[in-house]
Design a binder for this molecule. Structure first.
Ligand code: HEC
Length: 423
C-alpha cells in the first residue's frame, strides 16, 4: 500500500514538475472543486460562500490552498486508512498538490471551456430525479427565535400508512438551510409521541418520552452535505403501517427570527424485498465500564460491546454519536478466528460532522464475532467545545449539554457475494 502511495506521489510530482505545464483553473482546478466542494459551496448551500465561479475561487485561492492542504476541507472526519466508505470525501495527494501549484503560479484561469458544466454530479439537485413515493412534511412551520442560542427540537409526523412499506432510499430536505444544522429521524409505533411537538431537549417532560420504546431509534440521520441514503438493490428498511416519524432537529444559533418546515422523502422499493435492514443500536446499557458519568476535569474512556453475534451478518453502515465532549471514537469487530473487522476510526471527533458512513461494499461480520466500540471524552477546559466553563460533572442524556455514547449499525443477514456488493 505504502509503495503504491509513494509511486503515485513520485509520478504526480514528476508530472507537475517535468511538464512545466501551466496549471489552469479551467483544465485542472475547476473539476476538483466541482466534484468535491460545490455541493456545499454554492448559492443556497451550507458552505459560508460559493465556489462556483473562477472569481469565487480566486478571491480566496490562498485560503482554498490552505484548507485543502491541512485536509480541513472537504470535511470527512473518519480515517480512510482504517475503512473505506461509499460516501467518503477527500482529495488525493495529487489533487492537493495541483491546487498548491496552481496558487503558486498565480491562479491562472486558462481558456474558458464552452458549455462547461459548473455543477457537480453530486449536487442535491441531480439526485432527486425520481419522485418520492411519500413526502412527509412537518405539520407547522417552526419559528426559531433570534436569541442566538442553538435549539434542539422534537417534531412528530404521522405517516398515514395503511400497510407496511419497504424503503430503499431516504432523504431529509431541510426547510431552511441557513438554520437546520442536523436532524435525526426515528420511527414510533406506540402512538404516544404526539405530545413531543416542538419540544425542547431541555424540557423535563422529555424524560417520560425517552422511556417509550421506539420501533426504530434511528431511521436516518442527516447532516449538511448528506442528502440521501440509498441502499443497495434488494435491501430495504421497513416502516410499519400507522407509524409516526419523530424528528429531532438541531437548529444553529440565529440572530434573526427564522422559520423552518422540513420534509422527509421516502422512496419505496419497486420490487419485493426479501432482505430487511435491521439496526443494531449500541447505547448506555452496552457500556462495559459503567457508570457513564464524566466528572469535571477528566478525560475518561468508555467501552461498549455486543456479542458474540448469533448469525453471519453484512454491515451496511455505521453511525457513531457523541456530543461536545467527544474526542475520539473507534469501533471494530473481532471474529472468532481473532481477525479484526474495522468499522470506524475518528481521531478528532467533530460534533458538527456526524454522518452515516456507508461501507464501499457490504461488510461481512461472521457469527460469533464481538463488536466493540471505544470513545474518549474531554471534560476539561482545554476542550474549546466544552459547553461549561468552569467544567461540570456530566451524565447521560439526549440534550447536547449532557453526553452520549451511541453507535448505530445497519445490517442484513449475510448472503454469499455480499463482500462484492457495491453500495
Ligand atoms: C459537506 C459540505 C462541504 C464541503 C463538501 C466542502 N465544504 Fe468548505 N465549508 C463547509 C462549511 C459548513 C464551512 C464553514 C464551517 C467551517 O469552517 O467548518 C466551510 C468552510 C470552508 C472554508 C473557510 C474555512 C474557515 O476556516 O473559515 C474554506 C476556504 C472552504 N470551506 C473551502 C472548501 C473547499 C476548497 C472544498 C472542496 C475541496 C470544500 N470547502 C468542501 C462545508 C463544506
Amino acid at each position: 500500500m505504502k509503495f503504491f502511495i509513494a509511486f503515485w506521489l513520485i509520478l504526480g510530482i514528476a508530472f507537475l514538475g517535468s511538464a512545466q505545464q501551466k496549471i489552469t483553473y479551467t483544465e485542472h482546478i475547476q473539476p476538483i472543486i466541482a466534484k468535491n466542494c460545490v455541493m456545499c459551496h454554492r448559492p443556497g448551500g451550507i458552505g459560508p460562500f460559493s465556489l462556483l465561479s473562477y472569481e469565487d475561487v480566486t478571491k480566496r485561492s490562498e485560503f482554498v490552498a490552505k484548507v485543502t492542504q491541512i485536509k480541513y476541507m472537504p470535511p470527512f472526519p473518519a480515517d480512510k486508512s482504517f475503512q473505506h466508505y461509499a460516501n467518503q470525501r477527500g482529495l488525493d495527494s495529487i489533487q492537493i498538490a495541483l491546487i498548491q501549484q496552481w496558487v503558486n503560479q498565480g491562479s491562472v484561469e486558462g481558456k474558458k471551456k464552452k458549455n462547461a458544466s459548473l455543477s457537480s454530479p453530486n449536487t442535491p439537485l441531480s439526485i432527486s430525479a425520481r419522485t418520492p413515493d411519500l413526502t412527509l412534511k412537518m405539520a407547522n412551520a417552526f419559528t426559531i427565535p433570534n436569541t442566538g442560542i442553538e435549539e434542539f427540537r422534537y417534531f412528530h409526523i404521522p405517516t398515514h400508512l395503511t400497510k407496511d412499506v419497504m424503503v430503499e432510499a431516504i432523504e431529509f430536505i431541510p426547510g431552511n438551510r441557513k438554520v437546520v444544522h442536523h436532524s435525526r429521524v426515528m420511527v414510533d409505533t406506540s402512538g404516544r409521541m404526539s405530545g413531543l411537538e416542538g419540544m425542547e431537549a431541555s424540557d423535563p417532560r422529555l424524560v417520560e418520552f425517552q422511556k417509550i420504546p421506539m420501533a426504530d431509534q434511528f431511521l436516518y440521520g442527516w447532516v449538511p452535505g448528506n442528502d440521501r441514503i440509498q441502499f443497495p438493490t434488494g435491501v430495504a428498511k421497513k416502516i410499519p403501517a400507522r407509524a409516526n416519524l419523530v424528528l429531532n432537529i438541531h437548529y444553529s444559533p440565529s440572530s434573526k427570527i427564522q422559520t423552518d418546515q422540513s420534509t422527509v422523502n421516502l422512496y419505496f422499493a419497486k420490487a419485493p424485498v426479501k432482505r430487511e435492514i435491521q439496526s443494531m443500536i449500541f447505547y448506555e446499557e452496552d457500556i462495559t465500564n459503567p457508570p457513564f458519568y464524566i466528572q469535571a476535569n477528566t478525560q475518561p474512556k468508555f467501552y461498549m460491546s455486543k456479542g458474540p453475534i448469533q448469525e453471519d451478518i453484512s454491515a451496511i453502515s455505521v453511525l457513531p454519536h457523541m456530543h461536545w465532549l467527544g474526542k475520539s471514537f473507534k469501533a471494530f469487530a473481532i471474529t472468532p478466528d481473532g481477525d479484526l473487522v474495522p468499522l470506524i476510526k475518528i481521531d478528532n471527533w467533530d460534533f458538527n460532522w456526524q454522518m452515516t458512513y456507508q461501507f464501499s461494499t457490504l461488510l461481512p461480520i461472521p457469527k460469533g464475532s464481538v463488536i466493540i466500540a471505544e470513545a474518549e471524552y474531554d471534560n476539561t477546559e482545554a476542550n474549546p467545545l466544552n459547553p461549561f466553563k468552569p467544567t461540570r460533572d456530566i451524565s447521560y442524556g439526549w440534550s447536547s449539554t449532557s453526553e452520549m455514547m451511541e453507535m448505530v449499525l445497519y445490517y442484513v443477514k449475510y448472503q454469499p457475494g455480499d463482500e462484492t456488493l457495491k453500495q
